[in-house]
Design a binder for this molecule. Structure first.
Ligand SMILES: *[C@@H]1O[C@H](CO)[C@@H](O)[C@H](O)[C@H]1NC(C)=O
Ligand SMILES: *[C@@H]1O[C@H](CO)[C@@H](O)[C@H](O)[C@H]1NC(C)=O
Length: 191
């Protein structure tokens, strides 16, 4: 290793390490443990918002099914399926656990995708789960917040928590794909 290369590593490594650790959003405590065996199985993506989404994307996307399969007792194989008219689109990826409970890196086989971290922010395993995904491209961080439910029903409390989490990521109501929260006022005590 040449000296310039070593110098470059010393100068850039701390920054790289720093950006790889997504911090816990304000108001949501860091998970102290995560039970992958309880988390696996079928979920429904009932809420979706992100900093690259705009109102005009709403007609393209709607709630969909996501299946978490625990492989080799360590990583998740995630398969999503969304029906669009008579078509059913499916896409999948793997979630490789990091050392932090509920935190994963996304692995897309076959494509050299941008680095993406996915984090379970809160879950009770039986009703809902809040997820935060941060994808680092060369020019920006793409933020996506999703609300998962074990069935198709959305409760007020779930929507409130979802909105609180989107606020920690500075998302606006225009960044929501679904549900439509235009007239929704979350409980002010929550966030
Ligand atoms: C499964 O996990 C074991 C122990 O961690 C490892 O040795 C093995 O290579 C893994 N198998 C696959 C298919 O990932
Ligand atoms: C949200 O905006 C505030 C004020 O501009 C900023 O300090 C904070 O870092 C932002 N948070 C995120 C997650 O971008």
């Amino acid at each position: 290793m040449g000296p310039w290369w070593a110098l470059w590593l010393i100068l850039t490594l701390p920054q790289i390490l720093e950006s790889q650790t997504p911090t816990t959003p304000q108001g949501f405590p860091q998970l102290t443990n995560f039970e992958s065996d309880q988390f696996q199985g079928e979920w429904f993506v009932l809420g979706l918002a992100g900093n690259t989404y705009k109102r005009e994307h709403r007609s393209l996307l709607h709630p969909y099914i996501t299946l978490f399969e625990l492989k080799n007792n360590s990583h998740f194989r995630v398969t999503n399926s969304m029906t669009r008219g008579k078509r059913c689109d499916t896409w999948s990826y793997s979630l490789i656990p990091t050392t932090k409970p509920g935190q994963f890196t996304v692995e897309n086989k076959g494509s050299r995708a941008d680095k993406e971290d996915m984090q379970v922010i809160e879950t009770d395993y039986i009703k809902f789960s809040l997820m935060l995904s941060l994808r680092q491209t060369s020019s920006q961080t793409i933020t996506r917040v999703s609300l998962l439910g074990r069935n198709w029903r959305l409760s007020h409390q779930m929507i409130d928590k979802f909105i609180c989490l989107t606020r920690t990521q500075n998302l606006t109501k225009n960044n929501f794909i679904f549900p439509d929260v235009t007239d929704w006022l979350p409980d002010p005590k929550l966030c």
